[in-house]
Design a protein around this ligand. Structure first.
Ligand SMILES: *Cc1c(COP(=O)(O)O)cnc(C)c1O
Length: 362
């Protein structure tokens, strides 16, 4: 089966096999070796000298951890949102009592860093900015370099949802001054679901020491203490997923971050070209189209649900639909992680014959 959704993503066989390994003591030396090595490679991939932690949860758990470790109830937060996941980040902060100001952009458009500047210059009480690097729901990659430069200018804390970008799209965490960056094992990392990976900057630690939002499981200070002092996690980790991620990270190290980013850029370009060659249009503007997920506008006459069903049943190909208000309006091709240009060719081939069956003849 061709699983081409933006997570979970397919996993190489050699990594899948890691999942069948016997359990070990998560308080023993063997585990310490695994987590220390994995963390070291992750730091290279995050391009950070700060801390990186493995949390047993999906990406959303990592987002919640970022919020509760950085903020106190009543803190003002600027949540920049241009899609479904940007709204989720804002919802989490709001639920824990932050005063959230939502700076919204049309779905399919990128975040405008100038508007972020304007918002920050008008409200000096803002403590932190929440932003989505790659908005998976719309297939848009935001210009995080420019956004982070503005956030640094105003010296705010910057929390980044990089769940579907990190490990596939360049994100130099330290160079851009990102304070907490979140990603998840089932997106670009060629590993199964079960882990969020988060980086924590020096500034984020200062905020962490003051942050009063409730947290027990998510406490970064506990994570740091256990990792640094014992090579452990505070709570029992998803061992099998860690086995797999550790093996995947060795592949990352072998291929090299530059090559991985270049491969995703090629695959992304190929997906966009392929889609256009079928007479379809991208949902986002070209200049911000993502290299990890391609969102395609459903043209007049196309029944998206039917298309996805035909692809799944007759072509063994699984694509994603649109989320929330984009349901029925777009479909999405995931191309992150264990992916090559050949895989995209196969998707385009399948679409070529499936589209007319679903009501679109180009
Ligand atoms: C997948 C995704 C999430 C949610 O992650 P889960 O692992 O499903 O909790 C959040 N943000 C973005 C940008 C994502 O792509």
């Amino acid at each position: 089966m061709q699983l081409r959704i933006p997570g979970p993503t397919p996993i190489p066989d050699e990594i899948l096999q890691e999942m069948t390994r016997q359990m070990i003591n998560h308080r023993g030396p063997q585990f310490a070796e695994i987590i220390q090595k994995a963390t070291a490679i992750l730091k290279d991939m995050f391009q950070t000298r700060g801390d990186v932690f493995l949390l047993t949860c999906s990406g959303t758990g990592g987002m919640e951890a970022a919020v509760v470790n950085s903020l106190s109830p009543g803190d003002k937060v600027l949540a920049v949102a241009n899609g479904f996941f940007g709204e989720r980040f804002a919802d989490i902060a709001e639920l824990f009592g932050a005063q959230v100001e939502r700076l919204r952009f049309e779905w399919g458009s990128p975040v405008d860093p100038q508007e972020v500047r304007q918002a920050l210059s008008q409200d000096t009480g803002i403590k932190a900015v929440l932003v989505t690097h790659n908005e998976t729901s719309t297939g848009v990659t935001n210009d995080l370099a420019a956004i982070s430069a503005v956030v640094r200018e105003y010296e705010k804390l910057l929390l980044v949802d990089a769940i579907s970008s990190l490990g596939a799209i360049d994100l130099p965490t330290d160079e851009w001054g990102c304070d907490v960056v979140v990603t998840a094992s089932q997106k670009g990392w060629m590993a199964p679901p079960g882990l969020a990976m988060v980086s924590v900057s020096e500034r984020a630690w200062q905020a962490q020491a003051q942050a009063k939002m409730p947290k027990y499981y998510w406490d970064f200070a506990k994570a740091k203490k256990f990792l640094d002092e014992k090579g452990q996690t505070p709570w029992t980790p998803a061992l099998s997923t860690i086995y797999a991620l550790a093996a995947a990270l060795e592949l990352f190290q072998r291929e090299g971050l530059k090559n991985i980013v270049a491969r995703h850029a090629q695959v992304g370009a190929k997906a966009r070209e392929g889609v256009k060659s079928l007479g379809l249009s991208l949902f986002p503007q070209d200049r911000c189209a993502s290299n990890t997920v391609t969102a395609v506008k459903a043209p007049e006459g196309l029944d998206v649900k039917r298309l996805l069903k035909i692809l799944r049943e007759e072509y063994n190909t699984v694509l994603a639909g649109g989320q929330q208000r984009l349901d029925g309006k777009i479909f999405r091709i995931g191309h992150l992680g264990y992916i090559t240009e050949k895989d995209i060719d196969a998707v385009i081939e399948a679409l070529k014959t499936a589209l007319p069956q679903a009501g679109f003849s180009g």
